[in-house]
Design a protein around this ligand. Structure first.
Ligand code: NAD
Length: 342
């Protein structure tokens, strides 16, 4: 089997998960990861058997001083890869672009970059084929990924007139101790919020409007979706079946006792996938209502992990390693342990 050689530039929340996911794919080889500073995460990268490179403003001597063995600077990693996954902080991917162009390697960027960083914005369910053959692809952000997945299920079955979503955003990731708010609800005063526009970077025909508020939690985001159909599902059961029957959706039944995001993450810890990640869109069966031509449903999105399988699929699409989205999604999910639809 052909294997694509992959490097990961930036080893934080997203980069370390991407590296672990790539290492599990049968058609990909993880060449190494690049980190700016020595830290427990750099040590864990070495313990996982990854080659460690130094990136950004980082200094090789700083790693030497604490006994962390590096394989050189990021440019050397780029020399040995077919594609790099940029997982640097927001907007730094754009600054890194020239490195990738100079090395002549393809690049996958994250949702913290503007859409023009890459030739195409990507979500596997929504527009897998659009990434085929491209040299640069942007995997959209966690919230956009969640919305695009749900929208691709609904728009392929029914005719959506208008989609309105309120995004209740987590304030920070669990390890991000410098961000708040600690106590408060911060409305995003730009109306509509950028998320709907971002969904249109992959589903241009969808009429979608989003608003957002930031709340003091680190666990997950929650979306409140109101969808008006021209032709839609006849009842909530039909809508639930469509979502439950699609890869990367997890629908909890009432009896499971999942009141909110704390229980979702408790479930994820009990399930024990990777870093107790929840890579699927999470829905509550009783939190889905269909009333005439309007559907309302909640979904929760684990911001740290929801994009990880999408990055893997983006690489497979760029290199045309699978016949279509369904094959790539099934292959990725099998390798990551994400259960297939029942
Ligand atoms: P992070 O801060 O956890 O990690 C970024 C890493 O990049 C850090 O290790 C940092 O040291 C390193 N870095 C700094 N300068 C660099 C440079 N010049 N080159 C390479 N690496 C550099 O950030 P993150 O949460 O992993 O986010 C990475 C990207 O993923 C952003 O675009 C973000 O918007 C996107 N994203 C984040 C989340 C999330 O919830 N954390 C979800 C989806 C998408």
């Amino acid at each position: 089997m052909t294997t694509v050689r992959v490097g990961v530039n930036g080893f934080g929340t997203i980069g370390k998960r991407v590296a672990a996911a790539i290492a599990k794919q049968p058609d990909m080889t993880l060449v190494g990861v690049a980190k700016t500073h020595p830290s427990f995460e750099a040590r864990e990268a070495l313990r996982s058997g990854y080659r460690l490179y130094v990136t950004g403003t980082g200094d090789l001597a700083a790693f030497d001083r604490v006994g962390l063995r590096t394989a050189g600077r990021v440019e050397e990693m780029l020399h040995d890869v077919d594609v790099v996954v940029d997982a640097a902080p927001d907007k730094v991917g754009q600054e890194n672009l020239h490195l990738y162009q100079e090395a002549g390697v393809r690049a996958v960027f994250q949702g913290g970059e503007k859409s023009d960083v890459a030739e195409v914005s990507f979500n596997a369910l929504a527009n897998y084929a659009a990434a085929k053959g491209h040299r640069t692809v942007r995997v959209v952000s966690c919230n956009t990924t969640g919305l695009a997945r749900a929208a691709s299920v609904l728009t392929t079955r029914w005719e959506v007139d208008h989609w309105e979503a309120t995004i209740v955003r987590r304030a920070a990731d669990p390890a991000e101790t410098k961000r708040g708010p600690l106590n408060g609800i911060i409305p995003t005063l730009q109306i509509p919020s950028h998320h709907g526009h971002d969904v249109n970077s992959i589903l241009p025909q969808l009429h979608i409007t989003t608003t957002a508020v930031v709340v003091p939690t680190t666990l997950m985001h929650v979306h409140v979706n109101n969808v008006r159909f021209r032709t839609g599902p006849k009842d909530a059961a039909e809508l639930v079946e469509a979502l439950r029957g699609t890869a990367r959706f997890h629908v909890f039944a009432r009896w499971e006792g999942i009141q909110g995001t704390p229980q979702v993450m408790e479930f994820a810890r009990d399930r024990g996938l990777g870093r107790s990640d929840m890579m699927e869109n999470v829905l509550w069966e009783e939190g889905v209502r269909v009333d005439g031509r309007t559907a309302t449903f909640f979904q929760a999105i684990h911001q740290e992990s929801v994009v990880i399988p999408e990055v893997v699929d983006a690489i497979r699409a760029m290199f045309d390693l699978a016949p279509d989205a369904a094959h790539s999604i099934a292959m990725t999910d099998r390798a990551l342990g994400i259960p297939p639809p029942p």
